[in-house]
Design a protein around this ligand. Sequence first.
Ligand SMILES: NC(=O)C1=CN([C@@H]2O[C@H](COP(=O)(O)OP(=O)(O)OC[C@H]3O[C@@H](n4cnc5c(N)ncnc54)[C@H](OP(=O)(O)O)[C@@H]3O)[C@@H](O)[C@H]2O)C=CC1
Ligand SMILES: O=C([O-])CC(=O)C(=O)O
Length: 269
Amino acid sequence: MPAAGKRVATIGFGAMARSLRASLAADEAMPAIGAALVPPGKVAAAPAGPDDVAFFPEVDALLAWRPELVVECASHQAVATVLPTVLRRGVDCVIVSIGALGDAAVRAEIEESARAGGARAVIASGAIGGLDVLRAAAAAGLDHVVYTGRKPPHAWLGSPAGERFDLAALRSETIIFEGDARAAAALYPKNANVTAAVALAGIGFERTRVTLVADPAIGRNIHELEAAGAFGSFRIRLENAPLPDNPKTSWLAALSIVQAIRSHFSSIR
Ligand SMILES: NC(=O)C1=CN([C@@H]2O[C@H](COP(=O)(O)OP(=O)(O)OC[C@H]3O[C@@H](n4cnc5c(N)ncnc54)[C@H](OP(=O)(O)O)[C@@H]3O)[C@@H](O)[C@H]2O)C=CC1
Ligand SMILES: O=C([O-])CC(=O)C(=O)O
């Protein structure tokens, strides 16, 4: 039981953190989520939350709890403003709001903070797969990497697509974005973190082509990834069940954090 008893905290306690907590609680070899950083106004809501999780409104209070690993499952803003402090204090982190790293200044600050604190920031694979292939294949040169993300219209509510389209009225699949991964990750911070994961593993933010689609005919979040290069070519398609509490987020993204935690505390990776 390598990980049981370890002190793990989250930043954010939304749909993904709650799903993560449930998965960890179901496996006695894994640590529990013992603490969470939540927006200051939400600490008052803590009594309604699970009583085995300590809620803190400030990062210093969270760090005083002495986490061995901090899992960010909150927002791009949390990656930019909270994670540097955690890393500089020498605490390893798992990042799931990966799109924040599309901002070169944020990425540089995360790298510098990790170096300064002697800590490590690990990027979760999140809702996508095939990143191991991209990483290996990139060494021999990739000609193209193309990602297409499809979600039901209601999963795009609150995004720029909601301003351009009457999402509830869509009757056929509709392209809501075409461009590169840097723009996709910045414009769709709650829907397109996977494009950043793909860009970082493959040929970067500018060369990764992205199409995002609202599709009323589907009930799952479908991710398609295609790449070709000197290694050959590959194609992958995931049909992800969404979390019941947040249709934007795939359950697989939460499960990928379980895997990241297991790997973090394992002697063999
Ligand atoms: N890599 C991947 O494949 C994926 C990544 N994601 C990322 O994961 C994030 C979490 O997803 P999910 O749990 O479903 O989203 P939710 O919106 O359900 O939960 C996020 C929670 O984090 C809180 N939060 C935001 N910023 C901070 C902060 N600075 N400090 C403390 N709490 C904060 C939010 O509070 P409030 O509501 O008040 O803002 C909210 O309660 C998403 O925002 C997205 O960026 C999501 C899906 C896939
Ligand atoms: O969970 C998903 O299917 C993808 C997602 O929201 C993201 O990449 O931000």
